[in-house]
Each structure stands twice: as C-alpha cells, then as structure tokens.
Design a protein around this ligand. Structure first.
Ligand code: BG6
Length: 314
C-alpha cells in the first residue's frame, strides 16, 4: 500500500463506512469504499465528478452501492448459479498493506491495493479458495487505472471458472446527446431479447430507449462522447474482451429502489468485462484484467479512436 500521505488517505465515508481517498497534485481525486472494493467517485482537476452515483444510492452493506465502479466476480450477469453480478460487490474488502510486486508506473503515487479472499460463508455458494486483488491508481494526469489479479488458491487440486466485470457508471450530461464509438459492426447478445445474438450497425451507438447489450470481442479502446459537455471518456482495457452497454431508461428506472426516476438521463454504463468465455484457472494460476479510463476534451472527435494521439494533441 502507498503509505498514508497526501496522496492516499484512509477515512470514513457515508454511514461511517471505510473509504480511501486518492489525490493527485493537480487536484484530481478518486474515492474507493472497502465495501465492494468499489470506486464511488472520480474527479478531474476542476473537481468535476466523472462517475455517476445514483441520487438514491444507499450505503448499506451488504447492498452494492448504485454507481461508480462495481466489481462483478465470480459471475457477471445472470449466467451461473450465483446472484446477479456475483458476490464480490457485496463483500467487505481489506486494504493489502504489502502487495506483491506490481508492474506499475513509478510516477503513480496515488494508489491503493485491496484484497478479497474466500470465506467459509462464500464457500457454501462457490466452493473455491481464491485471492482477488485490485489496485486502484490515479495517474498524475488524472487517469483512473484498475488492475485486478485473481489467483486460484485451491488446495484440492480443482480448477475454477469465473466471469468478471468492472461495472462502470459514467456521468453524462444528457444521454440523448451521447455517442459510443468502438463497438460498431460487432456481434452482441441482447439481454432484452433473451440474450439473442445480433450484429451492430456501422454507426456509432446513440441512445433513445432502454439498452442492455453484451458486445463480444471488442477492440481494446472504446470512446464515450458527451457532446454537451464537450468531453470524451476513453476506455482502454486488457484481458477483458467484452463490453456491456446498459441504460435502464425511464420505465425500468422507476422499478429500481436505489435509482432516481430521472437518473437514467445522466448515466451510461459501459462495462469492460470477460463474459462470453469464462476464465478457467488451475490451482496456483493467476488471471489479470486491467481498465484505464481517461478524459479528453472535445477536440477528440469522431473517428479518431486513438486516445494517446488525442491526449497529446493539445
Ligand atoms: C447491467 C446488466 O450490467 O447491470 C443489466 O447488463 C442489469 O442486465 C444491470 O440490469 C444492473 O444490475 P444490478 O444487479 O446492479 O441491478
């Protein structure tokens, strides 16, 4: 763990829950709750919130917090025997004070390592020993980086399989003015049509009704363009071949107790995931998945899907 310093502060959040605040010199920050190992806030240097957090979010464990970035493990969605999105988002993670070496950029001083391990209670529903680590880091330029490492620590020689996702709620000004680039022409499973498989059109995605699609085998970069605010989120992912796009729209929003009726207008979930082909680990094996999110100004325009170029082109 980065030592307790100006960059990393362990303190109490809503309802006295433990949280960690990461800060970078220019004023960017991120907050991570130990409940769920969940990022709930990510702000740029102008202190603008970049992640959506529901106006009705309850901070009542073991319920997951509605918004931010939820860790879905060992199951994403409903395919499997576990509750929707698995149990990791409902558990209390601990700070790992002594993480194993991480191939990370030494210029990152604002980071925290959290860990979740098997418990006797969870073994009743998922009979495996595992170690799930996550590093949340804030880069000097404000980029948010999440790296997960999952290890099979079974002592009975058994392999296990899992699916995984960083269920990310982005804050957008007006959903009807948002475009997502990078998923055109891909195959997807439509959760609103019994997971039937379709192929996306050639145009960037726009939104005018409920959407719940799992895009398969996506490129490593995806962009979310918020026209009104003239900013673009750029996602770069590794080890997470799929991407889930979700907005509940008005009717579904009204059925969700921890979601405001109009909240759907100001959020979009674009979730880096490993869903279609579960990961299988033998005892001792480790899997790694990584998500990096940056924000670039509107000079980043349609068709220019190279975030590095956009970041450094002023
Ligand atoms: C999305 C799923 O990722 O999460 C949707 O694709 C689901 O089907 C949504 O409704 C929210 O799930 P939950 O369990 O957090 O209400």
């Amino acid at each position: 763990m980065a030592s307790e310093n100006v960059h990393v502060e362990l303190c109490k959040g809503v309802n006295g829950l433990d949280k960690v605040i990461l800060r970078e010199i220019r004023g960017c920050s991120a907050e991570v709750y130990l409940n769920g190992g969940q990022v709930t806030s990510w702000k740029n240097e102008f202190r603008e919130q970049l992640l959506f957090l529901s106006s009705k979010a309850t901070f009542k464990p073991p319920n997951a917090i509605r918004g931010g970035i939820q860790i879905c493990f060992p199951q994403f969605g409903t395919i499997g025997s576990l509750e929707q999105h698995g149990f990791a988002r409902n558990r209390l993670w601990i700070v790992d004070p002594d993480p194993p070496p991480f191939p990370s950029n030494i210029s990152h001083r604002a980071y925290i390592d959290l860990i979740l391990r098997h418990s006797e209670e969870d073994a009743k529903i998922w009979p495996h020993r595992y170690e799930c680590r996550i590093r949340v880091a804030l880069g000097p330029g404000g980029d948010l980086m999440l790296t997960s490492r999952i290890r099979n620590t079974n002592t009975d020689g058994k392999s296990f399989s899992f699916t995984f996702a960083y269920h990310t709620y982005f804050s957008v000004t007006d959903i009807s003015e948002v475009r997502v680039e990078g998923l055109e022409t891909l195959d997807y499973l439509d959760n609103l049509k019994n997971k039937e498989r379709f192929t996306e059109q050639g145009d960037a995605l726009t939104f005018e009704s409920e959407v719940d699609k799992v895009y398969l085998g996506t490129p490593t970069k995806i962009a979310i363009l918020d026209h009104e605010r003239k900013r673009t989120f750029v996602l770069r992912k590794d080890g997470l071949p799929d991407a889930v796009v979700w907005n509940p729209w008005d009717k579904k929003a009204k059925t969700m107790v921890d979601f405001g009726d109009d909240d759907y207008k100001h959020m979009l979930c674009v979730t880096a995931a490993c869903v279609e082909k579960p990961v299988t680990l033998k005892p001792g094996e480790e899997w790694k998945g990584r998500l990096e999110i940056s924000v670039v100004p509107s000079s980043y325009c349609s068709g220019q899907l190279d975030p590095r170029r956009a970041l450094f082109s002023g």
